[in-house]
Design a protein around this ligand. Structure first.
Ligand code: HEM
Length: 420
């Protein structure tokens, strides 16, 4: 045993002092002291070691369907909400095979690496354009900006809205809606928050239903048209409600984590100036940098699974129907996997790409290439165009449990002109 978190218990407690700013100390205690930990708060098992999380995600016998859980207060609440809005339960994220495989196949084509690569120039234009605009508005001297509000947060939703074919004038509304809808992922929230989220979900459904109908009538060269017309070998397409559930999922799955990665990744680099200098000196490291930033402080903290038969995790045997919260964030800091430098950013870490931020197994992130493309272009732009970036205040974390990110990241810098 090391002296990690001496005197503090190995208990999952998101209300513990300091957890919002830095949950990793608590994760370390759990990994060492109780790696398959029963959480009374979550009514489930928090799993934190790399090997256990990795194995669980690849285990095809564990389920993503909440109906397979032995009822507990949280699952009952979620099932009640899903019953009120049954269409949400059709999301790919909550499906098991054979429905999962069918829906995933219909969605896969536009997310293949070669298809995503075709977006490079458009994504780059958006990102460089956002920096041009900040420079034009704030001036060419030293300025203060909030890297989250001014850059990281608006960009992914705009890029994805453009890819989907949502008109430019609706992007701002969509940013708000996807922010609200993304909160539905957290199991712990007040009734008022829940209502606001659900209203946003309704509005998003209505809007996307109308858009899908328009693309069905008049296809365009965009993702929505492609998904509306996607069909399997037997010519079977999505049902209407299935399609909308996937579109909402794409917003939800795509927006927040990319924004979080840009914010938390920038903070990590500012806190590791030697590593920042290293990647500035050698831009060929950017691809690896993105993996390493995902490993070090990626947005995904928990993924939920349900056991469908007695399942051994570490030293614990769980019966069927148990809810498991597997933590890629904790696994990605496990010294048993990453060695003594697990808690540091190492931009040229050889195996950084083996992190678990994109999940693993049949549900592994469908948008990982798109996410990485955006992050690579964004970090490259930030590294070349922000002159002498410094922290200009205290970063503020959003306090969310599942997809964690920064609410604000004040920095001071000047913005260089775009390279011609
Ligand atoms: C840094 C950014 C991202 C991270 C860290 C991330 C992470 C993840 C993870 C961990 C899962 C697996 C969830 C599970 O097993 O229960 C997942 C699934 C998914 N992600 Fe991402 N994601 C990111 C960006 C994106 C983007 C940009 C898109 C598309 C616009 C996307 C679309 C999806 C979809 C559709 C799934 C469901 C796949 C399935 O259930 O088969 N993600 N993502």
């Amino acid at each position: 045993m090391t002296d990690v978190g001496v005197g503090r218990p190995a208990v999952f407690d998101p209300f513990e002092d300091g957890f919002v700013d830095d949950p990793y100390d608590q994760y370390a205690r759990l990994r060492e002291g109780d790696p398959v930990h029963h959480s009374a708060l979550l009514h489930g098992w928090v799993v934190t070691r790399f090997d256990d999380v990795n194995k669980l995600l690849r285990d095809r016998s564990v389920s993503s369907e909440i109906t397979k859980a032995t009822p507990n207060p949280l699952t009952i609440m979620e099932l009640e909400r899903l019953a009120e809005r049954s269409r949400a339960s059709e999301t790919i994220v909550l499906l098991d095979d054979p429905d999962h495989a069918r829906v995933r196949k219909l969605m896969s084509e536009p997310f293949r690496p070669s298809e995503i690569e075709r977006l490079r120039q458009r994504v780059s234009d958006r990102i460089e354009g956002a920096l041009d605009q900040l420079r034009a508005e704030r001036g060419t001297g030293v300025i203060e900006l909030d890297l989250v509000a001014d850059f990281a947060y608006p960009l992914p939703v705009e890029i994805f809205s453009e890819m989907l074919g949502v008109p430019d004038e609706d992007h701002a509304r969509f940013r708000y809606l996807s922010q609200q809808v993304a909160k539905t992922v957290d199991p712990v929230m007040s009734a008022a928050e829940r209502d606001e989220c659900m209203n946003a979900l309704d509005e998003m459904h209505e809007y996307l239903t109308a858009q899908a109908a328009a693309k069905r009538a008049e296809p365009a060269d965009d993702l929505m048209s492609e998904l509306v017309h996607a069909a399997d070998d037997d010519g079977v397409s999505f049902t209407d409600s299935e399609l909308i559930a996937q579109l909402v999922t794409l917003y939800l799955a795509g927006h927040e984590p990319v924004a979080s990665l840009l914010g938390a990744g920038t903070l990590a680099l500012l806190r590791h100036p030697d590593q920042l200098a290293k990647v500035q000196a050698d831009p060929s490291l950017i691809r690896n940098l993105v993996h390493e930033l995902l490993r070090y402080d990626g947005p995904n903290h928990f993924m939920r699974r349900i056991t469908t038969h007695p399942t051994v995790i570490g030293d614990v045997e769980l019966p069927a129907g148990e809810v498991i919260y597997a933590s890629p964030a904790a696994a990605n800091r496990d010294p048993a996997r990453w060695g003594d430098t697990a808690d540091q950013v190492v931009v040229d870490r050889a195996e950084a790409h083996q992190h678990l931020q994109f999940g693993a197994g049949v549900h592994a992130c469908l948008g990982s290439h798109l996410a990485r493309l955006q992050a690579e272009i964004a970090f490259e732009a930030l590294l070349t165009r922000l002159d002498d970036p410094q922290l200009a205040g205290t970063p503020s974390w959003d306090g969310r449990l599942f997809i964690r990110g920064l609410d604000s990241l004040p920095i001071r810098c000047s913005i260089r002109e775009r390279a011609s």
